[in-house]
Design a protein around this ligand. Structure first.
Ligand code: DNO
Length: 356
C-alpha cells in the first residue's frame, strides 16, 4: 500500500505539501481541483500544473478525490449524456497526465453529513459528530446553514455553496428517485465510463454513503456488504471498484468491516481508514484513529487489507482538531499525521509479525 494524505490545494488547504512530506512514510497526496463544480470538464493545463506542484514537493499524486458527479447523471436527467461526456473527457485528461485513481460518490444532494463540526471531547479536542435526533428536528436548509456557519470559512468537500444555494431545486430533481432508480443511473454511468478507464488504466473507486442510512429521505445505495457486492456486480471490469471508507461504513455498527474488506478482494482501489465512537443509535463522533479510542478495531481492518493483498493508496481520514490547530474541520495536519503514523505502525507490525 502507499500511505498518502488528502490535500485540497495551496489555495484551500491550511496544510502545506512541505508539511505532508515530513510525515513519516507518506509519499503521496490525494488531491483534486477543488474549485471545479460537478459537471465541468477539467482543463489539461490545470491538471498538469497541480501535478507539477505536488511532484516539486517530493510527493506523487496518488489519486483524485473527487471528480464529483453532476446531479443530472445521478438523477438520469435529460442532459445526463452531456455530463457523462464531460466526465469522460476529464478522465481522459487525468489518464494522459498519468493519474490512475479517481474517487467519487453517488450520494444525492449532500455528500457526507454531520450535525456538529466541533464537538468538544473530554481531552479538550474537538471533533465532527452526527446525531440523527438533531436531523429529525430540522430541515435540509437548516442543516446546510448550520454546517456553513460551523465551517470556519472553509469550503467543505462536496459542500459547494453555489450548488447548495439551489437546495429546493436539487431536492425536486430527486423527488422521483428511489434507491432502484439511483442504482440504475449508476449502472448507466459505469457502463459509459469503463471504456475510457480501460484506455487510460484508471481505477474508479466509489465512496460509501456517509452516514450509511438515508438522510432527509434521500436514498442511499452504498451502505453495507450486500449493497457493495451488488454494486460491484454492475461490471466485470476490475477498474470498477470502491473506496473502502471505514468511517462511513462504520457508522452502522452492524457492518463487519474486515468481513466487507475480504468480500471485496480485488475491487478495493483506495482506502480511507479512521475510527469513530458510537454514542447511541444514529449518534456517533469521530474519534482518534487508535482502536482504543473508538468503536472500530483498526488492527483487524488493516490486517484484512493486508490479507487481501491491498496495494493501493490509503489515507488517514478525518482528524480531531488538536493542539490549537486552525484548519478545515476534519482536515488539520496534526491528528491526521498521528493517524498516518499509527496506520504505518500497524502495517509494519502485521508484516513483521507474519515473518516470525
Ligand atoms: C469527506 C469525504 C467525502 C469524500 C467524497 C468522495 O470528508 O470523505 O467528501 O471525499 O464523498 O467523493
Amino acid at each position: 500500500m502507499q500511505m498518502t494524505m488528502r490535500w485540497f490545494g495551496a489555495k484551500y488547504d491550511s496544510v502545506t505539501l512541505e508539511q505532508i512530506r515530513q510525515v513519516p512514510g507518506v509519499t503521496g497526496v490525494i488531491t483534486t481541483l477543488y474549485n471545479m463544480l460537478p459537471g465541468v470538464v477539467w482543463e489539461a493545463e490545470a491538471i498538469l500544473s497541480l501535478k507539477k506542484e505536488v511532484e516539486a514537493a517530493g510527493l506523487s499524486v496518488a489519486g483524485i478525490e473527487s471528480v464529483n458527479i453532476h446531479d443530472a447523471i445521478k438523477t438520469g436527467g435529460p442532459d445526463r449524456d452531456k455530463y457523462i461526456e464531460n466526465y469522460r473527457t476529464t478522465l481522459e485528461r487525468l489518464g494522459k497526465a498519468d493519474i490512475h485513481l479517481v474517487c467519487y460518490n453517488f450520494m444525492p444532494v449532500f455528500d457526507w453529513t454531520r450535525t456538529d463540526l466541533a464537538k468538544k471531547r473530554d481531552d479538550g479536542s474537538t471533533t465532527m459528530a452526527y446525531d440523527q435526533k438533531i436531523i429529525d428536528t430540522i430541515d435540509p436548509e437548516a442543516m446546510t446553514n448550520s454546517i456553513g456557519a460551523q465551517s470556519k470559512g472553509y469550503t467543505l468537500a462536496g459542500w459547494e455553496p453555489e450548488r447548495l444555494a439551489k437546495l429546493k431545486e436539487l431536492f425536486d430533481m430527486y423527488k422521483n428517485i428511489d434507491g432502484e432508480k439511483l442504482f440504475a443511473n449508476l449502472h448507466y454511468f459505469i457502463k459509459a465510463i469503463m471504456p475510457v478507464c480501460d484506455t487510460y488504466n484508471i481505477n474508479m473507486a466509489i465512496h460509501p454513503d456517509d452516514p450509511a442510512w438515508p438522510v432527509f429521505g434521500l436514498p442511499r445505495i452504498v451502505t453495507d456488504k450486500e449493497k457493495l457486492l451488488r454494486l460491484i456486480g454492475l461490471s466485470d471490469n476490475e477498474r470498477h471498484g470502491v473506496t473502502l471508507c471505514t468511517g462511513s461504513l462504520g457508522t452502522n455498527p452492524q457492518n463487519d468491516i474486515p468481513g466487507i474488506i475480504r468480500a471485496l478482494k480485488g475491487r478495493i482501489h483506495f482506502a480511507h481508514v479512521r475510527n469513530l465512537r458510537h454514542n447511541g443509535p444514529g449518534d456517533f463522533e469521530e474519534s482518534a484513529h487508535l482502536s482504543g479510542d473508538g468503536s472500530l478495531n483498526i488492527y483487524a481492518i488493516m490486517k484484512a487489507l493486508y490479507d487481501i493483498g491491498f496495494d493501493g493508496p490509503i489515507r488517514p481520514d478525518h482528524g480531531r482538531a488538536i493542539w490549537g490547530e486552525k484548519a478545515m474541520p476534519g482536515y488539520g495536519l496534526y491528528d491526521r499525521a498521528l493517524g498516518a503514523a499509527y496506520l504505518n505502525g500497524l502495517w509494519e507490525a502485521i508484516i513483521q509479525g507474519g515473518q516470525e
